[in-house]
Design a binder for this molecule. Structure first.
Ligand code: BV8
Ligand code: ZN
Length: 247
């Protein structure tokens, strides 16, 4: 591991700034469950029953019960050393921005200035009638929640399966990858598209890909360096190694 860590740090320093892509694994140590892991969300729930527009149309209250349960976890969650290391890498100019699939807002809470939310945010809601957007102070008490402006049905401001990723966010992610010297991928199984295509695009453009994950994933075939371990342990060590090289 030491050799790979030194190799990854050298790539990060020599090809800086890297763009970062994160998935649920970066928030696992904050107590936010991942989707596909052994205790993942999809074990207890079925995505097609919950994270789709059809599910919401069929039973908005059931979908809101699931999201309120996740909101209670997210509102209690604190950024972990992985989030903080990425924010420090941005301050040092090693990283330009974080493109995240997560909806928990923990990168921003850790002080990350540049964050592109590809899948929206569980901390926001939007009205299905008038489009009004609001940020939650705390999880809603009555379900399904109503729009304060028009009384219409509110939905979580997240991107469900079958819904397009926000146009601007995806274009911004591609532009950031274009400008970046490499891609640092943390805690994603790499199966969800279009986010999961970023590692392949980076490799096709001849940019180095560093992957941090507790196990191999769909990203690993594109990884120049694979750092096996928990993000909360590996990223602070990668940061320290790179900081030494910057000095
Ligand atoms: C789109 C937001 C088209 C909501 C999410 C059939 C019908 C419709 C669409 C499709 C279809 N077949 C394929 C598709 C495309 C589909 C897709 O990719 N499906 C996959 C499953 C095959 N994609 C879409 O539908 C996208 N939209 O294609 O639109 C379109 C285009 C134009 C016009 C109209 C339509 C939208 C996808 C977004 C879905 N929304 N979430 C919510 O959160 O509730 S996806 C959900 O999965 C989360 O965002 C999550 O982040 C994301 C990806 O999962 P991961 O983050 O990777 O999490 P996972 O648990 O999988 O992995 C965790 C990893 O961490 C693991 O590798 C684990 O080893 C590692 N780990 C664990 N602990 C740690 C760790 N690593 C380090 N340290 C640790 N401590
Ligand atoms: Zn409204």
């Amino acid at each position: 591991m030491r050799a790979e860590l030194a190799r990854a740090a050298r790539l990060l320093v020599e090809r800086r700034p890297f763009l970062v892509l994160t998935g649920a694994g970066v928030s696992a140590e904050s107590g936010v469950p991942t989707f596909r892991g052994p205790d993942g969300l999809w074990r207890r729930f079925r995505p097609e029953e919950l994270a789709t527009p059809e599910a919401f149309r069929r039973d908005p209250k059931l979908v809101w019960e699931w999201y309120r349960w996740r909101m209670e976890l997210v509102f209690r969650a604190r950024p972990n050393p992985a989030h903080r290391a990425l924010a420090e890498m941005e301050r040092l100019g090693l990283v330009s921005c974080v493109v995240t699939q997560n909806v928990d807002g923990l990168h921003q809470a850790a002080g990350q200035r540049c964050v592109v939310e590809l899948h929206g945010s569980i901390r926001r809601a939007r009205c299905t009638s008038c489009g009004h957007r609001l940020a939650w102070e705390r999880p809603p008490s009555e379900l399904p929640p109503r729009c304060p402006r028009c009384g219409g049905l509110l939905r979580p401001d997240v991107v469900w399966f079958g819904e397009p990723v926000p146009e601007g966010a995806w274009r911004r992610a591609l532009a950031l990858l274009e400008e970046a010297g490499g891609l640092l991928v943390v805690g994603t199984s790499g199966v969800v598209m279009p986010a999961g295509a970023l590692p392949a695009l980076a490799a096709a453009a001849g940019k180095p890909v560093i992957e941090v994950n507790v196990e191999e994933s769909a990203v690993t075939p594109y990884a120049t360096v694979f750092l096996r371990g928990r993000a909360g342990e590996v990223l602070p060590r990668l940061l320290e190694e790179a900081r030494r090289m910057l000095a």
